[in-house]
Design a protein around this ligand. Structure first.
Ligand code: SF4
Length: 79
């Protein structure tokens, strides 16, 4: 009979990062859905508008975000 593998569990680093990211999201009022017409994919800081997941280069965030997410630092892309 094969030995049972231990069930994967989050490590201390994961708990720490989860807390840091939660604070970051709270500061940004980050939401997983659009705010009217505003969403990450049409925000100045969204790196690759064609991708459903992309890097947000806003200096207070610098994380991966979803195209349909939104935060209070959304900024219009000037033509
Ligand atoms: S600044 Fe906010 S709205 Fe703009 S891409 Fe980053 S997370 Fe999305």
């Amino acid at each position: 009979m094969a030995d049972e593998l231990p069930r994967p569990e989050p490590k201390e680093i994961d708990e720490k990062l989860a807390i840091q990211l939660r604070h970051l999201a709270e500061d940004a009022v980050l939401r997983g859905n659009p705010y009217g017409e505003e969403q990450c994919s049409n925000c100045l800081f969204y790196m690759n508008p064609d991708n459903k997941l992309s890097y947000c280069w806003h200096p207070k965030l610098r994380i991966l975000v979803g195209a349909a997410w939104w935060c209070q630092w959304w900024e219009k892309i000037e033509e």
